[in-house]
Design a protein around this ligand. Structure first.
Ligand SMILES: CC(C)(COP(=O)(O)OP(=O)(O)OC[C@H]1O[C@@H](n2cnc3c(N)ncnc32)[C@H](O)[C@@H]1OP(=O)(O)O)[C@@H](O)C(=O)NCCC(=O)NCCS
Length: 164
């Protein structure tokens, strides 16, 4: 299966909102953000996301099937760091290598802009943890009870991929 990987543009907020809300609705345990919070946001919120971050989309036949985001830190003491976030592949496209291509697109974008990329993943999310480990992310800490979802606590593993 071949995909086109490209940055989502600021004039595509509805496209982005649609896949982002699907991700949060179907996988409440996988993301720090909640469906209820983001579903209540206006379209301008998603437009701002697309300008304040670099969000890559994976397309097949014009259909957006997955996303991954890059957010650089700011300030003299933190600008060497960036965050990887918002990893999602729609169920119909899983197991095709799309997630791997999206992470690689973010890392390629990051290599001239940051010295390291950090991410957080819920400890029980084995597919995502394997994906990140296979692309060179290493765990550097575990945050117990990092998220509370419907009364249940979830631990998060913090991972880093060094670029230099
Ligand atoms: C995690 C997710 C992005 C993987 O997407 P995907 O397109 O199926 O992944 P890929 O086909 O690119 O697979 C890449 C690697 O991920 C890992 N992986 C993917 N699915 C897996 C599974 N079901 N079990 C174990 N490892 C898995 C493997 O290491 C795989 O490499 P391999 O095929 O060489 O073994 C997808 O399952 C998803 O969107 N899940 C819901 C949201 C989520 O958990 N996001 C991550 C938040 S941190």
């Amino acid at each position: 299966m071949t995909f086109v990987i490209r940055r989502l543009r600021a004039d595509e907020p509805a496209l982005y909102r649609d896949i982002r809300l699907e991700a949060l609705r179907l996988h409440p345990d996988a993301f720090g953000a909640s469906f209820e919070d983001e579903a209540a946001r206006p379209l301008a919120f998603f437009e701002q996301r697309l300008t304040g971050n670099v969000i890559f989309g994976g397309f097949r036949d014009q259909e957006l099937l997955g996303t991954a985001g890059f957010m650089p830190e700011t300030g003299a003491k933190r600008a060497h760091k960036a965050h990887f976030w918002g990893m999602y592949v729609r169920a119909a496209a899983r197991g095709t290598g799309l997630a791997r291509q999206l992470v690689e697109a973010v890392l390629d974008h990051a290599k001239d802009r940051a010295e390291l990329v950090q991410l957080s993943v819920v400890s029980g999310n084995v597919p995502a943890r394997r994906l990140y480990a296979s692309l060179g992310f290493e765990p550097y800490g575990i945050e117990e009870r990092s998220l509370k979802v419907a009364g249940r606590y979830l631990d998060e593993v913090h991972m880093v991929r060094r670029l230099v």
